[in-house]
Design a protein around this ligand. Structure first.
Ligand code: PLP
Length: 397
């Protein structure tokens, strides 16, 4: 059968694909260590589960308002006020089935044919796929490891054309773990305000920051910048709720209304009883988040120190999220047990084949010199995986 729709061109998510391959090998009895997943290894806190169970028991099993229940919108408004000092009304909020879904909806309603969206690289793999399948054009702007992978205003300016509509910001970043400091954000906001460019700010890793860093949203810069920002967040990472599928958007009422209408004609509401769990997560005790963060922090330091001790590997210290993003390109051109490796896909393929360690190639993130390792897994698994990576690298000829 012929596939003619634009969406038929969408690539499979490489992170999900690698995780699935590692799981299949594991199921076949192989001793596979997985550092590829983009989700915390913690269980969802009990009080959140209890709230969803109570909602189920109360019969919250029907359709809800397509854009989310009012209780959850109110909880999201409170969250922005409490955590970010940002004021939104309920009319400026729409709840979706995950931040990925929120972003997908956004690009669908915002972009006309050929509208340009500037995306700093390395980037999360879904942005270009979603932008391009919505009819927009992804314009990649490079950042550098020496700048902590932070986009500089001059680099942004150089990519602006009359067709530029939006800049995508993702801080803390997947895959680099980089975060934008207040001054970095302010400098970018100045350019966006002057040029009339909107910002889609993906803040899904907001709560996962280390070394005393605080998350700063571009919407906090000024009321004008807030009006020009579409802020995307969700519960997956902060509350270990990846499978619950709950994300949200805050921003311009007209955009929110369009997203709500699109949702009402496509997925309808996010799962009703999940939304009650989300109210509990946002309003409840946040101690879980700090405990998880402290655990990630220890693993992060260990992983980065081990990676940097390996010959030919350079790994910047990630300040947020739960990924290390080392540069391993000094090994490209070498052979591993007779397998020649010339890029990140081959590197990760040989590592999985020979040492049974699953990590993610940097190429789909637009950084072929790098690979991504998640430290959202147990310390034992991390230690063993790094021992195997060390052995793998030592075998290079
Ligand atoms: C940068 C980034 N944005 C958005 C998402 C999507 O999160 P959700 O589970 O809410 O769809 C992810 C998940 O991996 C991510 O890494």
């Amino acid at each position: 059968m012929e596939l003619r729709g634009r969406a038929a061109q969408i690539a499979d998510s490489p992170t999900l694909a690698i995780t699935a391959k590692a799981k299949a090998l594991k199921a076949a009895g192989e001793d596979v260590l997985g550092l590829s997943a983009g989700e915390p290894d913690f269980d969802t806190p009990d009080f959140i589960k209890e709230a969803a169970i109570a909602a189920l028991r109360k019969g919250q099993t029907k359709y809800s308002a397509a854009a989310g229940i009012p209780e959850l919108k109110k909880a999201i408004v409170r969250k922005f006020n409490r955590d970010n000092g940002l004021n939104y009304t309920e009319k400026q909020i729409v709840v979706s089935s995950g931040a990925k879904h929120t972003l997908y909806n956004l690009f669908r309603v915002l972009l006309g044919e050929g509208d340009e969206v500037i995306v700093p690289a390395p980037f999360w793999v879904s942005y270009p796929e979603q932008i391009d399948s919505a009819g927009g054009k992804t314009v990649v702007v490079e950042t550098s490891q020496k700048d902590g992978f932070v986009l500089r205003p001059e680099a942004l300016k150089a990519k602006i054309t009359p067709r530029t509509r939006f800049l995508v910001l993702n801080s803390p970043s997947n895959p680099t773990g980089g975060i934008y400091a207040k001054a970095d954000i302010k400098a970018l906001a100045e350019v966006c305000l002057r040029q009339g460019i909107g910002v889609i700010s993906d803040e899904i890793y907001e709560k996962l920051v280390y070394e005393g860093h605080t998350h700063y949203s571009i919407a906090q810069v000024s009321p004008e910048m807030q009006a020009q920002t579409l802020l995307v967040n969700g519960l997956s990472k902060a509350y270990s709720m990846t499978g619950w599928r709950l994300g949200y958007l805050a921003g311009d009422e007209k955009v929110v209304d369009a997203v709500s209408r699109l949702q009402s004609q496509s997925t309808s509401n996010p799962v009703t009883f999940v939304q009650y769990g989300a109210v509990a997560a946002l309003d409840g005790d946040q101690a879980f988040v700090s405990k998880m963060c402290a655990e990630f922090d220890g693993r992060r330091k260990y992983m980065v120190q081990r990676l940097n001790a390996m010959r030919g590997v350079s790994c910047p210290m990630p300040l947020g999220a739960f990924y290390a993003f080392p540069n391993v390109s000094s090994y490209y051109g070498k052979s591993f047990k007779g397998v020649k490796v010339s890029g990140s896909f081959q590197f990760c393929g040989a590592l999985l084949e020979q040492e049974k360690v699953a990590i993610v190639p940097g190429q789909p993130f637009h950084a072929d010199g790098h690979v991504r390792l998640s430290y959202a897994t147990s310390m034992d698994e991390i230690r063993n995986a790094l021992d195997r990576i060390e052995r793998f690298l030592a075998s290079a000829k």
